[in-house]
Design a binder for this molecule. Structure first.
Ligand code: CO
Length: 145
């Protein structure tokens, strides 16, 4: 797997785990154990306005661990932290063509939190499937441009 996903879109496999999202109260405190394990940071921390979070990505093989810190009280991550505390928030699966997947899955009865793609980290487009439809796990579909 290349890290430069933009060069070879046709060669990308469908549905590898792109990243796992972890809700945290504080990026620096939360990333310390992962960095002690040996995971390296990928790029700089990134603010994602549409989701009111700041993200720190850490490389774990071909996937990333993404730590998500809320930047506003109405952030979905702030609400998650209030209700459940820090911990695993979502699993993201990579797709080649997000719009095609949305249409395909809607026809199969999938339930989405947002069926209209939003901006994710590093220029990606993302949607979230409803955890009631995926057996209690929040699943994100992500397309790299
Ligand atoms: Co994500």
């Amino acid at each position: 797997m290349t890290t430069n996903l933009g060069d070879r879109p046709a060669a990308l496999a469908q549905f590898p785990v792109d990243h796992i999202g972890i809700a945290v109260a504080d990026l620096d405190a939360a990333s310390e154990p992962y960095e002690l394990i040996g995971l390296a940071r990928v790029g700089a921390d990134e603010a994602i306005a549409s989701q009111h979070v700041r993200v720190r990505a850490l490389q774990a093989g071909d996937s990333l661990v993404e730590l998500l810190e809320p930047t506003a009280p109405d952030s979905p991550i702030a609400k998650f932290l209030e209700k459940r505390g820090a911990g695993l928030h979502h699993v993201a699966l990579r797709v080649r063509d997000l719009r095609a997947e949305i249409i395909r899955l809607e026809a199969l009865g999938a339930r989405f939190i947002n069926a209209e793609p939003r901006a994710g980290r590093a220029g990606t487009q993302v949607v979230f499937l409803h955890p009631k439809w995926t057996g209690g796990v929040l699943v994100e579909l992500v397309e790299h441009s």
